[in-house]
Ligand binder design. Structure first.
Ligand SMILES: [Zn+2]
Length: 295
């Protein structure tokens, strides 16, 4: 099988050296980024970052992390939902600082033929100055809002000033009704444009444009030496990154699939032989790869 020179030497290399070698030898790199990447670079959804910002909601609903709270459906009112979500969006979108692992990865990728797909909805790619036409945000973004009734397929940017007003003026876990984001077409309240397992999400022109750019990249490169590099992808939504990456690896004998994940999981048979597992810390691995390739 292997058309990859680096794989012949893999037993003598560290995981970071092997990944750097694969990136260097690939003719195309498809990067899939999940929540574990943001967590590895400091944006965790548990611990003090969660407890210090939402003590009232934790006390009332016994949430165990921010993700569980974000997908919660049984709010007493939309005013209460926005009291939580405005604080969430401030923390995980408008005020999110730069993540070093994202910047190091961008510098490594920049001179190469690559495209990114992410299930994350935070601002990590913006903060690290990625070309956003190369980042397909397939699950939506925390900074976009949509009609709660999906009355039309358009997402709108939530202004940071409006979000801050909802944070500042909330009392007893409710925002004032008069500053509720409202649908410009039907007047219903609005919610975050983030895909939900039950309700799905609004997909507008820009979303489809991103999807087409990603699909064109896949089609243009599908016969080449493709590196499918998956980082921090969990088990909740395998249909966006994990399953297609393994399928595409199985279909292209020149492709290699790299999974950066501490937890081992079952790899589809067709891809198994060309799978490389990176089990070391994501942030440390990207720091090492950056050093190896950028010197
Ligand atoms: Zn509407």
């Amino acid at each position: 099988m292997s058309t990859w020179n680096i794989l012949e030497k893999k037993d003598k290399m560290t995981q970071s050296e092997l990944l750097a070698g694969l990136i260097d030898e690939a003719e195309a790199i498809v990067v899939g980024i999940g929540a574990g990447m943001s967590a590895a670079t400091g944006f965790v959804y548990t611990g003090p970052r969660f407890k210090d910002n939402f003590p009232d909601f934790i006390e009332k609903y016994n949430f165990f992390d921010m993700l569980q709270a974000f997908v919660f459906m049984d709010w007493e009112s939309p005013e209460e939902m926005w009291a939580f979500k405005s604080r969430f969006v401030k923390l995980n979108y408008f005020d999110q600082p730069e993540g070093l692992a994202y910047t190091q990865l961008r510098e490594v990728l920049e001179s190469r033929n690559y495209h990114v797909i992410t299930t994350n909805a935070d601002t990590a790619f913006y903060r690290s100055n990625y070309d956003m036409d190369k980042v397909y945000r397939c699950q939506g973004e925390y900074g976009l809002i949509q009609c709660y009734d999906f009355c039309h397929q358009q997402a709108y940017p939530l202004s940071p000033e409006w979000n801050q007003e909802m944070v500042d003026k909330q009392e007893n876990m409710e925002i004032p009704t008069e500053i509720m984001p409202r649908c410009p077409r039907c007047g219903q309240f609005m919610e975050i444009n983030k895909r939900d397992a039950v309700r799905d999400m609004v997909e507008d022109y820009d979303f489809h444009r991103q999807r087409k750019l990603y699909e064109s990249f896949l089609a243009d490169n599908q016969e080449k030496k493709v590196l499918y590099l998956e980082s921090g992808v969990g088990t909740t939504t395998p249909q966006f990154i994990r399953d297609p990456f393994q399928d595409m690896t199985g279909e292209n004998e020149n492709a290699v699939y790299v999974t950066m994940n501490r937890k081992p999981y079952r790899i589809k048979e067709d891809a198994r032989e060309r799978t490389v597992r990176i089990t070391e810390d994501i942030a440390e691995t990207f720091a090492d790869v950056h050093q190896l390739l950028m010197k």
